[in-house]
Design a protein around this ligand. Structure first.
Ligand code: 0RA
Length: 641
């Protein structure tokens, strides 16, 4: 280091807080809700660092009834002795000087950084007030600040039996956070729980004292990321007994990996963290992990003759099918890249992950030959399915280019060619199809009868999907493209796709199968609100020359109660759509003037993905549980599965 470099660093250390209040976005990203919550993370990160250094076991985060937040830990306490350069206490220096944090006292151990790690002084600068308490040297030290400026000096009084630690309370400044300073419970609890998983054994207590009845939760996971992975797999069937776990350190980089394959999962779900920050956009740690997984599994597959000499390697995505994992690295000087700074850039991490994971994985798999068998079996199946699907896709593509595949014979199309007004009814069975064809308005209503139960696509692979007749009909009738490829709205032939099934268990099952198909095949159909569910009546009550349709048991009872007690009436129960006269079907279910339809909505695409897995997977227990919880949210009424 040259003399001038040294000088520059000193100047930086002595920078005050004015720039933070002038340009808060530079330090915390935004002055919206994200930036507001960032203040809490900033303080908690300091306590986590103290825990990582081995001095702190408990962290308590309270949202107080006045809306301020308190973070308490049982670490060593921020040093309070006089700092030689600033002439103030180390505590006041940490609170009032930018970038001072790690350079005082402890130094070196700090690994948080990245998105956070700007220092508690930034929290101080952006708060209406801050109250700090430090228990050290048998004393309690307190100091109060307003908008970053100390109000009074550091006070100390004896407190001999109190354990060491730090408590920082702050109320964000409404001059800075003009859109409000209200903390969101679930945002904070989500992050605190995540931190507890990432830092095994650290106990984090989170309390919200704003409601009359306070919420208090304790997060503490002795198993750390192993428990995290099991939590994510809680609804799935595990392919091996123990979570595969790697931990190690090389060239100052700490690494932890937990991996679990599941039998009934078909995508990969790998979460990356660098210095406790979720790296949404991936980076070198995830690249290293994927490379070593692919290489190791292919090597073993060849050794065991699962892949022959003349056959190609398994693809990484085949090997990762059904894999849930967490990789957490702690890097001394992290480089975060990309627009949102959520991609780890340190190139040295790639090789470190590769070598540490490779070693342990090879050894683990050596001693667990059954696990290897099962993972390889699954990967090879995935590989074959992908190959078959590629062929099938090619076929579909060629076919549609050459002969623009003809519409299915059983489709009774409508005459309009305007997708905006065209609707198609997907009807169960030929007899209901017959009623619907006679009852419809053929100008804008098309009918496609579907025979039997269409394939349950959660359990089958892409190749089978393309070979299945019912699904072929659906794809060509609707004008859908290739599965999973970008959705081309202009090819869609109808903007209302109405699922019309009987109001019984079979009908509900077929409805669920169709919904799953749409969701998996081209989820934009659901997202854009093109999918509807028809609501046919269950009963017809006739009284003299009047009649009333009732759509469920409750309506029937209400209607019967409304009749005079001496009334004569007959009740007809429709066992299926096929029993209805075409005109009845039109009046009750298809006439836009009088019908009710439910539009299928999915509020949360990610949740829905899990939902469909649970609904359609092999295991019954989670399915039950799911339907109880999410049935209403998905608008899948009467799911009698
Ligand atoms: C610098 C040095 C030392 C501890 C800390 C900072 C520290 C900071 C915070 C912030 C919240 N909780 C904290 N706990 C500790 C170590 C000084 C020593 O050697 O005792």
């Amino acid at each position: 280091m040259t003399t001038s470099d040294y000088g520059a660093q000193q100047i930086q250390v002595l920078e005050g807080l004015d720039p933070v209040r002038k340009r808060p976005g530079m330090y915390i990203g935004t002055t919206g809700p994200r930036g507001l919550h960032h203040l809490v993370y900033e303080v908690v990160d300091n306590s986590i660092d103290e825990a990582l250094a081995g001095y702190c076991t408990h962290i308590e985060v309270d949202i107080n009834s006045d809306g301020s937040v308190t973070i308490i830990d049982n670490g060593r306490g921020i040093p309070t002795d006089l700092h030689p350069t600033t002439g103030k206490s180390a505590l006041e220096t940490v609170m009032t000087v930018l970038h001072a944090g790690a350079k005082f006292g402890g130094g070196g151990y700090k690994v948080s950084g990245g998105l956070h790690g700007v220092g508690v002084s930034v929290v101080n600068a952006l708060s209406e007030w801050v109250n700090v308490r430090v228990w050290r040297d048998q004393k309690i030290h307190t100091q109060h600040y307003e908008k970053g400026i100390p109000v009074g000096s550091l006070e100390a009084s004896p407190d001999p039996n109190h354990p060491t630690g730090t408590s920082i309370s702050f109320l964000p400044d409404t001059d800075i956070f003009t859109v409000g300073i209200e903390f969101d419970y679930s945002t904070l609890s989500g992050r605190l729980r995540e931190l507890a998983y990432l830092n095994a054994g650290v106990q984090i207590t989170f309390s919200d004292y704003r409601p009359e009845e306070p919420h208090i939760e304790i997060y503490c996971y002795e198993g750390g990321i192993k428990e995290y992975v099991l939590y994510m797999c809680r609804q799935k069937e595990l392919l091996h007994q123990d979570v595969i776990y790697v931990s190690g350190e090389k060239n100052g980089v700490q690494l932890e990996v937990a991996l679990q394959w599941c039998v009934d999962a078909y995508s990969d779900n790998l979460l990356g963290f660098a210095n406790n920050i979720r790296t949404i956009d991936g980076g070198t740690h995830l690249e290293g992990l994927k490379t070593v997984l692919t290489r190791t599994m292919n090597n073993i597959a060849r050794k065991r003759n699962k892949i022959k000499d003349n056959e190609p390697n398994l693809g990484g995505e085949n090997i990762r099918e059904g894999l849930t994992g967490v990789i957490s690295v702690k890097v001394p000087e992290p480089e975060f890249e990309g627009q949102t700074k959520t991609k780890l850039g340190n190139t040295e991490v790639r090789g470190i992950v590769d070598s540490l994971v490779g070693e342990v994985l090879n050894e683990y798999l050596e001693f667990n030959p059954h696990v290897v068998e099962n993972i390889l079996e699954k990967a090879i199946q995935a590989f074959k399915a992908a190959e078959a699907a590629r062929h099938a896709r090619e076929l579909v593509r060629r076919k549609s280019v050459l002969e623009s595949s003809p519409l299915p014979g059983k489709l009774a199309d409508c005459s309009t060619r305007d997708p905006e007004e065209a609707e198609i009814y997907l009807v169960e069975g030929d007899s209901a199809g017959g009623s619907a064809k006679q009852g419809r308005d053929r100008r804008f209503q098309a009918i496609l009868p579907l025979r039997g139960k269409i394939l349950n696509i959660e359990k089958t692979d892409d190749a089978k999907i393309y070979k299945n007749n019912e699904i072929q009909s659906l794809i060509t009738a609707l004008g859908l493209g290739i599965k999973g490829e970008e959705f081309d709205d202009s090819q869609l032939r109808y903007h209302r796709i109405v699922i019309m099934t009987d109001a019984d268990v079979d009908g509900a099952h077929i409805r669920t199968l169709l919904l799953t198909f749409f969701y998996r095949y081209q989820r934009e159909l659901v997202d854009r609100g093109y999918i509807y569910i028809a609501c046919p009546p269950l009963y017809k009550v006739e009284r003299g020359r009047n009649h009333t349709y009732c759509y469920n048991e409750r309506e029937l009872q209400e209607h019967l109660h409304s009749l005079p007690s001496n009334a004569n009436y007959t009740i007809q129960r429709f066992k299926g759509l096929g029993e209805m006269m075409p005109v009845q079907l039109w009046d009750t279910t298809m006439n836009p003037e009088t019908r009710t339809m439910k539009r299928v909505e999915i509020e949360d695409a990610a949740e829905a993905d899990r939902v469909f897995t649970v609904l359609m997977g092999d295991r019954v227990a989670p399915r039950r549980e799911f339907i109880e919880i999410y049935g209403p949210k998905l608008n899948l009424i009467d799911l009698d599965i």
